[in-house]
Design a protein around this ligand. Structure first.
Ligand SMILES: [Zn+2]
Length: 466
């Protein structure tokens, strides 16, 4: 058979496999999310009291539908609750926010609980409820969530405590998994916004893993089921955010929960929500978690995922970590009188504070960054980096501000804090090139004119004054 014809047939088979699934439930969830989205969960820094409030609300709205159990408390004494519903023989356990600063799935789970409760008599929900018993632990690490940090109050990463079980939160998860002998487990996390889909500039907005249960990364029947279910979810993710699906590394970590839960006999799926351009608070990730988790439950019932081959899972491109918030390409930097051409990768880091967070930019890397990508990229070929001067007087107007930038000012002394226009605060009256890198603040000059400013990692166009 000629090559062309083979390729045509392979294409046809692939298209047929895709068409065999109509993904109508996923599409429905995607369309109706806006109706079931719980108010007050639009940002990532949610705390324990928000979770309790929402658990009480779902219970009050439909008292007979959900069973809420207090399953224990955290190191600092915050309650951890599990919401159960459905009467079926297949046990599904979902937990979120094992890492306190990874809240996207928690928010999506409440949206989904809302959907199930308000549609409890519909045929499709009835079908799910008669086949499954669903158990949701939304926020396994409330102490970590309180400070928006990964670890619990003891500084322990709960996902490295599955063997020693020092933390009460880890003991709880193990006890619940064992008592249910869960058939399916959903380990719900967030990953860094700097993960991309391998060799592409696209953010790995959703990454999946059918977690390995030994160093040899063997496949058994249950891990294969998890991989096929992920293959099914991959198609769904690609339907809505094409190119944004990654596969998480399956290196075995003997202390991690996912790895052990797979070993203990539960079909375990890891879902990691990454970044998405223009959506720092991860509302797209929240929507996709709602769609993916809901669709997974439906597929477990209908067995539709069994029509997807394991190969679909393995063909998901791997995750890589090659993104910056801002990538400046090929800027000329003067060092002791010699020009050097560099790429500069800048990240906008979040510093927790009482209002949520403030952004503090840092230069994450510089040099040849041709294998990296940016949420935002600027080709600075032909531009020279100018280290800004310090301006310590009051800025009178926007026009004055831009005039200062184009005249080479972008720093101000810390003692001048409180300017209403953005200048970067420093201690030193005479900044150097290192100050510029340290503060991610510099000006861009070409043909003798400063036309752009980078202030604390944010690129700013300076309007032409002529
Ligand atoms: Zn995590």
């Amino acid at each position: 058979m000629c090559l062309k014809r083979t390729a045509f047939l392979v294409g046809l088979v692939f298209a047929f496999t895709l068409n065999a699934q109509d993904f109508s439930f996923a599409k429905k969830l995607h369309n109706n999310h806006v109706e079931y989205k719980v108010a007050g969960l639009d940002t990532r820094r949610i705390k324990h009291d928000e979770v309790i409030k929402n658990i009480n609300r779902v219970k009050e709205e439909n008292p007979s539908f959900y069973k809420v159990n207090l399953i224990g408390s955290s190191v600092e004494g915050r309650s951890i609750q599990m919401i159960s519903f459905g009467q079926g023989p297949i046990n599904v356990l979902l937990w979120s926010q094992m890492h306190g600063n990874e809240s996207t799935a928690t928010r999506a789970l409440f949206d989904l609980l809302n959907y199930f409760s308000l549609n409890s008599s519909s045929d499709e929900v009835q079908k799910i409820l008669s086949a499954l018993s669903i158990h949701v632990i939304p926020m396994l690490n409330p102490d970590g969530a309180e400070n928006f940090q990964r670890e619990n109050a003891l500084g322990i990463d709960l996902n490295r405590d599955a063997l020693r079980l020092v933390s009460p939160e880890a003991q709880m998860l193990k006890r619940i998994r064992d008592s249910l002998d869960a058939d399916y487990g959903f380990n719900l996390h967030d990953q860094s916004r700097y993960y991309n889909v391998n060799k592409t500039p696209k953010q790995a907005s959703i990454s999946f893993l059918a977690t390995a249960y030994n160093y040899e990364k063997e496949m058994n029947e249950k891990r294969r089921d998890a991989a096929q279910l992920i293959g099914y979810l991959r198609h769904i993710n690609e339907l809505f955010i094409p190119g944004h699906t990654g596969r998480y590394s399956d290196d075995f970590e003997p202390r991690a929960f996912g790895d052990n839960i797979q070993l203990w006999g539960t079909r375990l799926l890891l879902i990691e929500t990454g970044g998405f351009a223009g959506d720092r608070e991860k509302n797209t990730g929240r929507l996709m978690n709602y769609v993916l988790i809901g669709s997974a439950l439906e597929s477990i019932v209908s067995n539709s995922f069994k029509n997807v081959t394991e190969e679909v899972y393995w063909s998901i491109p791997e995750n890589d970590r090659k993104l910056f918030d801002l990538k400046i390409e090929k800027i000329s930097v003067d060092y002791n009188g010699t020009p050097y051409v560099l790429d500069i990768g800048i990240n906008l880091n979040e510093i927790n504070n009482n209002q949520g967070f403030s952004v503090l930019a840092s230069v994450a890397d510089r040099g040849d960054l041709s294998t990296y990508y940016g949420y935002q990229t600027f080709d600075a070929s032909g531009y020279k980096l100018v280290v800004p001067k310090v301006y310590n007087k009051k800025i009178r107007s926007e026009e004055h501000y831009y005039k200062l930038l184009s005249n080479g000012f972008a720093f101000t002394l810390k003692s001048r804090r409180g300017q209403s226009y953005a200048l970067t605060l420093i201690d030193n009256q005479y900044p150097s090139l290192e100050t510029s890198f340290d503060k991610s603040t510099f000006l861009l000059k070409s043909n003798g004119v400063i036309s752009k400013a980078i202030i604390n990692g944010q690129i700013l166009e300076i309007p032409d004054n002529e």
